[in-house]
Design a protein around this ligand. Structure first.
Ligand code: NAP
Ligand code: GLV
Length: 330
């Protein structure tokens, strides 16, 4: 066992804990809810490694207390909960878990898309409420996914995995992304367009950008009003990419037909949030990557990243390699 001190903000699968224990003394926050801020502030002062979740905010104020910290390993691909600039300035590596969750998150995105289009949860609520009296021609009739136009915003790992699924449903694929992706255009027939054109023409708009200063509020009132009144918005990226107040109006007033959401401006969403009163939405509690296999792989990857950094090796997935500096150079 190494002699580093490590703090883990939630209990992880055993296989990941065993990896961490090789590197040093591991302390775990064992409650189900995240550690309170004062606990994190006290713990961070003592450790070389922090393994955290997307619910833990690692900001400048917290880092001011981190006298020995060398690495922050996030068990998520998104790292908008971490002030990466402040970590880099202190020579602290930030790592994440890309790739291992791509297909699982794309599956969930498609489940939401199908769920809203075919009114799955609404239909189940109807049945359970004892309202099903007979088969009738237009009962709970929804929209076809097969053959429709899908607009993918952010053609990265998850965007591409969604595009592959869309191809299987014979959908036409439009995408808007920072860069062109010629391989995706060639193999899946996707066409790159400006965001405005994508919004005007898509039957389904699905968001796969990270949350950054550029993408915060990317879909607001103007963008929602550009969409077809029959269109459906899917968000499995991050809540603040969409202006939620405008989205509620869009869904109530029929600017768009429906939405499928896994992420929200505030998580968990308040029990009295207006979205919960709407029938044309499917709402999930941020479970995009939540299969047993994938969550285990994410925990293992996060543990391996942390152990590598503490052993003086550049981890597999580093968000800020510039924080590494001259370490490890001959
Ligand atoms: P990724 O491979 O980095 O893909 C993100 C894509 O967004 C990249 O292709 C990038 O552009 C594009 N992009 C970035 N900024 C943009 C901008 N301003 N305008 C247009 N496009 C922009 O990341 P990923 O692995 O697919 O994950 C994407 C996000 O999904 C994560 O950051 C996370 O927030 C979210 N996520 C959520 C869940 C969940 O449980 N709901 C699970 C996993 C991930 P180019 O490549 O075109 O340059
Ligand atoms: C989940 O939301 C992730 O970013 O991995």
């Amino acid at each position: 066992m190494g002699d580093a001190r490590i703090y883990v903000t939630r209990r992880l699968p055993e296989v990941a804990m065993r990896i961490l224990e090789q590197a040093g003394a591991v302390k775990v926050w064992t409650e189900d809810l995240p550690p309170p801020r004062e606990v994190l502030e006290a713990e961070i002062a003592e450790v070389e490694g922090l393994l955290c979740l997307l619910t833990d905010v690692v900001d400048e104020m917290l880092l001011c207390r981190a006298r020995k910290l060398k690495v922050v390993s996030n068990m998520a691909v998104g790292y908008d909960n971490i002030d990466v600039g402040a970590c880099t300035a202190r020579g602290i590596l930030v790592t994440n878990t890309p790739g291992v969750l791509t297909e699982t998150t794309a599956d969930l995105t498609f489940a939401l898309l199908l769920g809203v289009a075919r009114r799955i949860t609404e239909a189940e609520r109807f049945l359970r409420a004892g309202q099903w009296e007979t088969w009738s021609p237009m009962l709970l009739a929804g929209q076809d996914v097969y053959g429709a136009i899908i607009g993918i915003v952010g053609m990265g790992r998850i965007g591409q995995a969604v595009a592959r699924r869309a191809r299987g449903f014979d959908m036409q694929i439009l995408y808007a992304s920072r860069s062109a992706h010629p391989e995706v255009e060639r193999t899946l027939g996707a066409r790159r367009v400006q965001l405005e054109e994508l919004l005007r023409n898509s039957d389904f708009v699905t968001l796969h950008v990270p949350l950054t200063p550029e993408t915060r509020g990317l879909v607001g009132e103007r963008e929602l009003r550009l969409m077809k009144s029959t269109a459906i918005l899917i968000n499995t990226a991050r809540g603040p990419v969409v202006d939620e107040v405008a989205l509620v109006r869009a869904l109530r007033e029929g600017w768009i037909a429906g939405a499928g959401l896994d992420v929200y401006a505030q998580e968990p969403i308040a029990a009295d949030h207006p979205l919960l009163k709407l029938d044309n939405v499917v709402l999930l509690p941020h479970i995009g990557s939540a299969s047993v296999k994938t969550r285990t792989r994410m925990a293992v990857m996060a543990a391996e990243n942390l152990v590598a950094a503490l052993a003086g090796q550049l981890p597999h997935s580093v968000v800020n390699p510039e924080a590494w500096g001259d370490r490890g150079r001959p």
